[in-house]
Design a protein around this ligand. Structure first.
Ligand code: ADP
Ligand code: MG
Length: 322
């Protein structure tokens, strides 16, 4: 029901960036090869994600706004063993409870697709329409029915920064997917299919071409792959440090510390090198994640992972004579 959805929304949908994350992850899960993000007024007016993924049947289109209507798995036993980004079946129901949503979707095999409109969990329209294969979800006037939440949104630059963070994380984790990001009618990112190194340059700028050093390490416990920045490019501001564990973006002050320890005496105190690091390990070594936004993590052998990561970065820095 609407109230339960709104309560769930309190956890899943904190701000426009949460909507961006959930919609883009759904597009990835749907096997899209091109994902477009279109945002107006930092997502306060509208957020739209268009993909060319597998689409939904008319029945699934109706179902997707039901809570726990995930088509992905029945029980989330181990988040990091799951191959899809989503699994709770909570995001669309939550979003639809706190916004006006328009869904257009069509599968390859269907002649006509579906157009659905939802307002605060209420179905307002359901029609058969001619649309391209794939899915478009437009979310308008987020929190329009919860003024207290709407008033809590930060300034456009702050909300935009959060949206860009989500976009960057997803674009980094999926360089084999093409992305476009349009803000207030202007395309600010157009990312072709590419390798990680080139994706980093396309996202962060040409100067990153010279500053990246490739990092790779394989042990029985974990394999590490990615790029780290040359020490002389370290910045006073944070925000360009990325860890992905089994292709999920995570935050870890512990892992960050391991990286920083490898840069000790190479960068001035209070500055931070760029890094994008992918850690792959058996999901049984990772603690089940209970937080709905899914960015915290625990490893069964924290000391090992710290030591392996630190050694891998040290090796990269010394091999590159940095
Ligand atoms: P979850 O991703 O956890 O399954 P969501 O609420 O995010 O839950 O989505 C509900 C369901 O709607 C998904 O399981 C999927 O079947 C369908 N769905 C959502 N977005 C898309 C999309 N872009 N393309 C195809 N199907 C989608
Ligand atoms: Mg989802």
């Amino acid at each position: 029901d609407a109230i339960a959805n709104q309560i769930a929304a309190g956890e899943v949908v904190q701000r426009p960036a949460s909507v961006v994350k959930e919609l883009m992850e759904n597009s990835i899960d749907a096997g899209a090869s091109f994902v477009q993000l279109i945002v107006k007024e930092a997502g306060k007016v509208s957020i739209q994600v268009i993909d060319d993924g597998k689409g939904m049947s008319p029945q699934d289109a109706l179902m997707c706004f039901e809570r726990h209507a995930t088509s992905k798995i029945s029980k989330a036993e181990d988040l990091f063993a799951i191959h899809t980004m989503g699994f709770r079946g909570e995001a669309l129901a939550s979003i639809a409870s706190v916004a006006q949503v328009e869904l257009k979707t069509k599968r390859e095999e269907d002649e006509l697709g579906s157009l659905l409109r939802m307002e605060a969990s209420v179905l307002k329209a359901n029609e058969q329409v001619a649309v391209p294969k794939g899915t478009s979800i437009l979310v308008k006037n987020l929190f329009y029915n919860i003024p207290a939440r709407r008033n809590f949104l930060k300034s456009n630059p702050v909300e935009m920064r959060h949206i860009l963070d989500e976009f960057q994380r997803i674009a980094l984790a999926n360089p084999e997917i093409k992305f476009s990001f349009i803000q207030n009618e202007q395309e600010t990112y157009s990312l072709p299919v590419e390798k990680l190194g080139k994706r980093i340059v396309d996202l962060f700028g040409k100067t990153y071409r010279e500053q990246l050093a490739a990092c790779e390490e394989n042990t029985n416990y974990v394999s590490i792959k990615g790029y780290v920045g040359r020490p002389e490019y370290a910045k006073k501001t944070r925000g360009e440090q990325f860890f992905f564990v089994n292709n999920r973006f995570i935050k870890s002050s512990y892992l960050h510390h391991a990286v920083m320890s490898a840069y000790e005496r190479l960068v001035p105190e209070g500055t931070f090198p760029f890094y994008v690091l992918f850690l792959t390990l058996d999901p049984s070594h990772i603690d089940i994640n209970v937080h709905p936004t899914k960015t915290e993590i625990k490893f069964d052998d924290e000391r090992s992972i710290y030591a392996i990561l630190q050694a891998a970065i040290r090796k990269t820095l010394s091999l590159n004579h940095l």
